[in-house]
Design a protein around this ligand. Structure first.
Ligand SMILES: [Zn+2]
Length: 80
C-alpha cells in the first residue's frame, strides 16, 4: 500500500474535508441518541405520527394529542 499514507495525509490537510468529516462523524454520533419530539405549539411530547392515506406523497407529519396540532414541523430534542 505504498502511496496510501501520503494520500491520506494530503486529504487530512484539507480544512474543508476535515470539517466535512467532523460533521459526518457528529451526525453519525447523534444518530445513536434517542430523539424526542415536542409539539411546537404547546410543547407537549405527546406527538403521534400522522399518516393520511396519501402519506407516501407528503413528508411525514405529526399530530399532537394535547392541542390537536398537526404538521410536519415539530421540535426535536435529545432525550436526557
Ligand atoms: Zn400540542
Amino acid at each position: 500500500m505504498v502511496g496510501s499514507p501520503t494520500l491520506l495525509r494530503g486529504f487530512g490537510g484539507s480544512p474543508a474535508l476535515k470539517r466535512l468529516i467532523s460533521i459526518l462523524s457528529k451526525l453519525r454520533h447523534e444518530g445513536f441518541k434517542r430523539r424526542k419530539l415536542f409539539c411546537p405549539r404547546c410543547g407537549s411530547p405527546k406527538l403521534k405520527p400522522y399518516s393520511p392515506l396519501d402519506g407516501w406523497l407528503t413528508p411525514s407529519q405529526y399530530v399532537c394529542e394535547e392541542c390537536g396540532y398537526r404538521g410536519a414541523i415539530v421540535l426535536e430534542a435529545e432525550e436526557a
